[in-house]
Design a protein around this ligand. Structure first.
Ligand code: FPP
Length: 247
């Protein structure tokens, strides 16, 4: 598709009905690589380009929060070489994007067990978060060493400690208090969850937060995901009627 048809593509989007928060399970890098007779690592490299495209698209369209599942707690069990390549890719990505994030008013945040990441990754991550701290047009959340059950266990421990030290009355625990002890405490819940590569699974991603999210699964492998398909998904989202359990 050429650029004029692609900009037309986003022209029919209703800018007043955009999801405030889009979350994406980026899946299919390995299968994309296999299909092209390339190494899995090449698939992740191509996947990083798709990350760049989608971040730019969110910024252009005016979406306020984008959360990307970049590395799960389960991903630590992949071959050491692949884990190392993903960490290198992440570091390179952050270094290469720092300027653009700063210039485009994009704030970088991270959710997950950041303390488990290699020291050099933590360093560039903290540096980029610090550099973009006051930005506000788009918040890009990278889920890194993230797992929803671990997040929920961490929340339960924190709340239990507060109750034990009598900072909190157990009878006062409600959904707001639970949400305020999750990594996502300062963000709205995702309105739209996209998963690429056709798998119909949630894979331990934002279990609490997606309670009312609209779900869209596309067969496209993540490295082939681009702005045009993203816009089509947003249009599909806009046609859905969200009832939040009501009539
Ligand atoms: C899933 O593909 C993808 C991942 C496990 C990691 C996602 C990483 C990237 C998109 C690249 C780097 C990220 C950033 C933020 C720069 P898979 O390997 O599970 O694919 P498969 O299921 O086809 O094997």
């Amino acid at each position: 598709m050429n650029s004029s048809s692609s900009s037309q593509n986003s022209e029919d989007l209703d800018k007043t009905k955009l999801p405030a928060h889009v979350a994406i399970i980026m899946d299919g890098n390995g299968r994309w690589a296999k299909k092209h007779l390339l190494s899995r690592i090449k698939g992740h490299e191509k996947g990083a380009e798709a990350v760049r495209t989608v971040v730019r698209a969110c910024r252009e369209l005016g979406i306020a929060y984008l959360t990307l599942y970049a590395f799960s707690t389960e991903n630590w069990q992949r071959p050491q070489k692949e884990v190392a390549a993903l960490m290198t890719l992440l570091t390179k990505f952050l270094k290469s994007e720092q300027k653009e994030l700063a210039a485009k008013d994009i704030r970088l945040a991270a959710i997950g067990q950041i303390e488990r990441l290699p020291a050099n990754v933590q360093q560039v991550l903290h540096e980029t978060m610090e550099l973009t701290r006051s930005n506000s047009a788009l918040q890009l959340n990278l889920a890194l060493s993230y797992g929803s059950r671990t997040e929920i266990v961490r929340m339960a421990r924190q709340i239990a400690k507060e109750a034990k030290s009598e900072q909190l009355d157990p009878d006062d625990i409600n959904a707001e208090i639970v949400a305020s002890h999750l990594y996502t405490k300062d963000m709205p819940d995702p309105d739209l969850l996209i998963r690429t590569s056709g798998e119909m699974r949630i894979s331990n991603f934002l279990l609490w937060q997606i309670a009312y999210a609209e779900i869209y699964v596309t067969p496209t492998y993540w490295p082939d995901f681009g702005k045009d398909e993203f816009v089509e998904i947003l249009k599909n989202y806009q046609q859905r009627e969200r009832r939040f359990g009501q009539v």
